[in-house]
Design a protein around this ligand. Structure first.
Ligand code: 6R9
Length: 632
């Protein structure tokens, strides 16, 4: 749709070459297609050791003018957002670009009327209702930093994130719909705010019409506030390197960290990657099934499509409600052309049988996408054959919260695809594979640590409030490189295949958790002395969570104890992080220096105990026998 949409493999090769030879010139050309109040003085300043990365230095802009105002003349009456309810019987909602612009301005005025201003951090804890998309853009409109917390996280997780970013406001709803369930969201917020004195205002959107507790002077209803809000709101002028948002994600150590993205670079990269990977045409309807609470929802449900002037679809529900045909029914209902989902969703629908998908036409589909975890060949073929009718290119898109946008992927219908391969880096992206000494691997078919040797506009700038943590997590393992935490292989044709995390991060249904984070939650249970958590292959989730737990006394009722531990994790993190298997053990395999040998636990969890390797260095080798015998 822009002049920079690559259309042939030769174009791709040319663009890639140009992006490496003259990165500043390459990105300046692309950035030139956006609306800036003031252009940059320098395209790029960078130093991976500090790290210090700045794009479009000195430029001034507001991203929402590029998402909305810029389109009003040519696309004012075109649909910007289609919203489909959890309940197939409830009427859908549609906003044109003009209407969405108005809604965002109104919400922005509500924020201002309630004291929000540029630079404030605002926590958004809301289900997938149109107001969530509007609220995010409203923050960006006034220059407030949004920190969206997925509405499945617990009160304790939300409180941690609010405190870390020192948020002054929370935007939420009375409750949420999820399949057949209704969940009291505001109650979770109230619990979280008991330990968050920085929050002065809570704006509540009505979704379920439930009576909720409203704290005098702190809580206001959105529908009451909006009555007094003007429909015009000038966009705050931002520096290209001002913070656009914080999004928390798990690493191998400690609490989740607040990944910081800035306005200018994120804007350019989200639009460029969206337009090239998915190859949208002007009349296409694009559907990304991710929740806005995750990076995929930020970049490819919201910002990327809107920056591109594309119609984006937002779905409140889940793939299996009221039945496993729901996704396909929605595709037919709105004539979705480009569909982007996660392997875990595909695997769960695959398990429900082909009938659900075969009863819909799916004729409108042109492009399919996958994200979040490696897609196994079986799921790849099922998706390609039954959903795409062997006619839609399937792009396997590898990227991370920290990268802001898609890094390695084929460009739909333009560059080659291969099952289970993310394939080629996008123009501007310079991946390398390193060996354990940090040397670049030039051979093919050898597994290495996936790193980036050059900055790209959408990359992480810092971890909020703790720059050293950013350096240690991503820029210190291999000097001069950004380290992704993933292992990968490159084949003879230069296609990348992502193997998975090489650190202590578990990827459950495409959601990241640190083993340490889950262990810490489990250890809060009063019966637990110590625990060790590992991932293991899971048919639907990709990876499941296996916990080895030492108790202070032999449990009287193991099932009861397990249920209690699951409850503790749900309270500390959220239901999405609850262990699938809990094995009670009397000890853990530790080295003499006290380090848990996770390699052994991983093998037990995988059910492969034939070769546990050398256990002689363990403090108590006998414990291994006990653990193997008791394996679940
Ligand atoms: C976008 C997103 C990032 C981690 C990443 C990797 C895994 C994501 C993948 C993939 C294989 C793909 N991952 N996409 N692995 N193939 N196409 O998911 O961000 O939640 O931060 O997770 O997910 O391990 O490091 P995030």
């Amino acid at each position: 749709m822009t002049n920079y949409q690559i259309k042939t493999f030769e174009d791709y090769q040319e663009a890639y070459k140009a992006s490496v030879e003259d990165p500043a010139g390459f990105w300046a050309d692309i950035a030139g297609t956006f609306k800036w109040h003031k252009k940059w003085n320098t395209v790029l300043e960078w130093d991976f050791e500090k790290p210090d990365v700045k794009w479009f230095v000195g430029a001034k802009l507001n991203i929402t003018e590029n998402c909305l105002d810029r389109h009003l003349k040519t696309r004012g009456n075109k649909l910007a957002l289609i919203w489909e309810s959890n309940d197939p019987k409830e009427r859908f909602i549609r906003y044109t670009y003009r209407e969405l612009h108005e809604k965002v301005c109104q919400f922005a005025n509500v924020l201002k009327n309630n004291g929000a201003k540029k630079g404030d951090r605002i926590c958004i804890y809301m289900p997938m209702i149109p107001e969530l998309a509007i609220a995010v853009l409203a923050c960006a409109r006034i220059g407030a930093v949004h920190s969206v917390v997925f509405a499945g996280f617990s009160a304790a997780s939300m409180a941690d994130r609010i405190q870390d970013a020192d948020c002054s406001m929370v935007l939420t709803s009375d409750g949420l719909n999820r399949g057949a369930k209704q969940i009291p969201v505001k109650r979770v917020v109230d619990e979280a705010l008991q330990t968050c004195p920085s929050v002065k205002k809570v704006i509540v959107v009505e979704r379920l019409g439930w009576a909720v507790n409203m704290v005098e002077g702190r809580d206001v209803w959105y529908h009451e506030e909006v009555v007094n809000a003007a429909k015009e709101c000038p966009a705050e002028e931002m520096d290209a390197e001002d913070i656009l948002f914080i999004l928390y994600t798990s690493g191998s150590t400690g609490k989740p960290k607040g990944v910081v993205h800035t306005v200018g670079g994120y804007m350019v990269y989200s639009q460029y990657s969206f337009s090239n990977v998915f190859q949208p045409e002007e009349s296409d309807v694009f559907w990304c099934t991710a929740d806005i609470g995750w990076i995929t929802g930020h970049t490819y449900l919201l910002y990327g499509p809107l920056l591109n002037g594309t119609t984006t679809l937002m779905f409140e529900g889940i793939p299996t409600y009221p039945d496993a045909g729901r996704f396909w029914q929605v595709v037919d209902k709105f004539g979705v052309n480009i569909f982007y989902t996660a392997p875990t969703a595909i695997r769960s629908l695959m398990g429900a049988g082909e009938d659900h998908v075969l009863s819909y036409s799916l004729d409108s589909l042109k492009v399919l996408g996958s994200v979040g975890e490696p897609i196994n060949e079986e799921a790849w073929y099922w998706y390609y054959i039954h959903v795409g009718k062997e006619e839609c290119p399937l792009v396997d898109t590898w990227w991370q919260t920290e990268t802001g946008g898609i890094m390695i992927s084929s460009l739909a219908g333009v560059t080659p695809t291969k099952p289970s391969h993310a394939a080629f880096p996008l123009p501007g992206i310079q991946p390398v594979l390193l060996d354990s000494d940090g040397k670049e691997i030039t051979d093919n078919e050898v597994e290495g640590y996936l790193c980036m040797k050059f900055p790209w506009p959408g990359m992480i700038r810092t971890t909020y409030g703790d720059h050293e943590r950013c350096r240690l997590s991503y820029f210190s393992t291999y000097k001069g490189y950004y380290f992704t935490g993933d292992g990968a292989k490159r084949n003879k044709d230069g296609l990348y295949r992502i193997i998975g995390r090489v650190d202590d991060v578990i990827n459950v249904s495409g959601h990241r958790f640190g083993t340490a984070e889950i262990e810490e939650a489990i250890n809060h249970n009063k019966h637990v002395v110590e625990s060790a958590v590992v991932g293991y292959p899971h048919d639907v989730k990709g990876q499941g969570i296996y916990a080895f737990v030492i108790c202070n006394e032999p449990p009287r009722n193991v099932d009861h104890l397990r249920a209690e531990i699951v409850e503790t994790v749900a309270k500390k993190i959220g239901k999405i992080a609850k262990p699938d298997k809990i094995q009670i053990v009397s000890g853990l395999p530790k080295t003499r220096s006290g380090k848990i040998m996770r390699r052994i636990l991983r093998k037990v969890a995988e059910g492969d105990t034939s070769n546990l390797g050398d256990t002689a260095t363990l403090l108590d080798p006998d414990i291994v026998d006990e653990i193997v015998k008791g394996a679940l």
